[in-house]
Design a protein around this ligand. Structure first.
Ligand SMILES: NC(=O)C1=CN([C@@H]2O[C@H](COP(=O)(O)OP(=O)(O)OC[C@H]3O[C@@H](n4cnc5c(N)ncnc54)[C@H](O)[C@@H]3O)[C@@H](O)[C@H]2O)[C@@H](O)CC1
Ligand SMILES: [K+]
Length: 495
């Protein structure tokens, strides 16, 4: 059974909101699912809901309302703290609805003494634990800690919402935790809940669907950007990544686009290793660009490799390819450079005749468009493959190549050989030259502080969303430089 981590679940949650599902809908589905499970378990019972001030408690409010409508159930609810401290709007809305529902008594607990003296612990047949879910941070504090003890001390059948309170569903580690007889978790099994060692705490675990749209998980969204490692405010020069762009020759714009995009995506330092014939041109584009001298001639060739090796040793990520051209000497130099890289984004001309599989020592992200991809794979499919067929082609190619692959298109397909994700941001205005170089720059910048798969998948989302902002401003007149200008707005946006 496929399990999901809490951080991925939070990303899916945010992606649902981005696609138009409200947290209220998810909470309503969660709570209704709990009530359905309880009423399928027994025909009548006195049920005590113990609710925290977060959305785990919110689920309890919804479940209590639904269960109170089913004959045979006496429903009570304890809120740990005052209603004014309920954290989210969706939980607050559902708490307020309780006063119009048939829930027998709703009590706001002031403190742990108040909690202990509550008479409802004695006659509850079922206790529903909505104290803490995936939002728990650190060890349970009061009054949650006492609530966990009282739930465990009660003589009732204990049902935990999403995960037993006190349980870290990511790692399965516990200090103080509810011992549930049944755990009802949402959408997918949680990694920690599935561990055999967790059984004593979770009891039977059932997964309840809550109507999460498929694309919230299959497509990159703002929730995934939340999981990116971002610059810490104590960062100093170089923490957020020093990038080396190896490009240029016949073309000078491409490496500059990649370099400027990497800066706009948060890289600290970006150095360009370009042939001397265009280094002046590129340096003239922007004072933000550092152009390393020394590549004499008009194209990259093997004699430049010793100098480039020194530049690579002081870089976190190499972006190689933009504007290099396909001269034989250049392709030979590329073959000598790749094994020197710890992390490299390989784009454009560097994808031409790429030696596969790639060397084991490094981590690589390939960013081909359709033509480059099918040449890399060595054959063009007869008919245009469907999205699902392309997904499998990209996944298997990534596995064989020991690389993360981004197959760019109106829907980007990203895979590391195991996971695959789609991205639909971007628009037809982005067929203008240079947007591929911009993507390589964004992905390279993210790669300095994130995994290859996260850098590639989030890089596609950011690049496309920046292109969508540029399209909003300039329509089909948008240029790659407009996309670059919009990258920071996408990255700082609170979705
Ligand atoms: N797609 C989803 O992820 C959905 C999640 N839902 C529910 O939302 C829950 C997560 O909700 P939240 O993120 O609000 O967090 P929780 O409700 O899990 O816990 C956060 C609350 O507990 C308090 N708290 C945190 N750590 C504590 C500690 N160590 N000691 C004492 N109190 C502590 C916080 O102040 C906050 O009031 C999930 O477990 C699930 O039950 C549902 O609404 C359905 C949709
Ligand atoms: K819980």
């Amino acid at each position: 059974m496929e399990a999901i981590t809490p951080s991925r679940m939070r990303a899916v949650d945010i992606n649902c909101a981005y696609l138009g599902m409200s947290p209220l809908q998810l909470m309503e589905n969660a709570g209704a699912g709990i009530a359905r499970e309880i009423s399928s378990q027994t025909r009548s019972a006195t049920v005590l809901f113990v609710a925290g001030r977060g959305n785990n408690g919110g689920d309890a409010f919804v479940a209590a309302r639904h269960l109170s409508l089913i004959p045979g159930f006496r429903v009570r609810l304890l809120l740990l703290g005052s209603a004014s401290l309920i954290r989210t709007a969706e939980a607050r809305t559902n708490f307020d609805l309780l006063r119009y529902s048939g829930v027998d008594d709703v009590k706001e607990i002031r403190d742990s003494a108040d909690l202990r003296s509550y008479p409802g612990w004695k006659d509850a047949d079922i206790i529903v634990d909505g104290v803490l879910g995936s939002g728990m941070k650190g060890l349970p504090r009061e009054p949650e800690s006492s609530a966990i003890d009282l739930i465990n001390a009660a003589d009732a059948f204990v049902i935990s919402i999403d995960s037993p309170s006190g349980f870290d569903a990511g790692t399965g580690s516990v200090e103080k935790c509810v011992r549930a007889d049944l755990t009802l978790t949402f959408h997918k099994m949680k990694a920690g809940l599935a561990l055999p060692s967790s059984k004593a705490l979770t009891g039977e675990v059932r997964v309840l669907g809550i109507g999460v749209c498929r694309d919230a998980e299959e497509f990159v969204g703002p929730g995934d950007l939340r999981n990116l490692t971002v610059r810490s405010n104590s960062a100093h020069k170089g923490n957020s990544g020093s990038i080396l762009v190896i490009g240029g020759g016949p073309y000078s714009g491409a490496p500059a686009f990649a370099a400027l995009a990497a800066l706009r995506a948060g890289a600290d330092l970006v150095t360009l290793a370009v042939p001397g014939s265009i280094s002046g041109t590129i340096a003239g584009y922007s004072p933000d660009l550092i152009v390393a001298g020394g590549l004499h001639g008009d194209r990259l060739c093997p004699e430049h490799v010793p100098f480039i090796r020194r530049l690579i040793s002081s870089s976190d990520v190499v972006i190689i390819g933009p504007g290099l051209g396909r001269d034989g000497a250049t392709l030979e130099a590329i073959g000598q450079i790749l094994p020197l890289c710890r992390k490299a984004v390989i784009d454009a001309d560097a994808l031409y005749q790429l030696p596969l599989p790639l060397p084991d020592g490094g981590e690589y992200i390939l960013t081909p468009h359709g033509g480059e991809f099918f040449r890399l794979r060595g054959n063009r499919p007869g008919i245009t493959p469907s999205l699902q067929e392309k997904k499998e082609l990209v996944r298997s190619f990534s596995l064989d190549s020991h690389a993360v692959t981004v197959l760019k298109g109106s829907i980007d397909i990203i895979s590391d050989g195991e996971e695959t994700r789609f991205n639909r941001t971007g628009n037809a205005g982005m067929t203008v030259g240079g947007t591929g170089d911009v993507l390589a720059g964004v992905v390279g910048a993210l790669f300095a502080t994130n995994s290859a798969f996260d850098a590639a998948s989030c890089g596609c989302f950011i690049n496309g969303a920046a292109g969508d902002l540029a399209f909003g401003e300039k329509g089909y007149g948008l240029l790659a430089s407009d996309v670059i200008q919009n990258i920071p707005y996408v990255m700082k946006q609170e979705w």
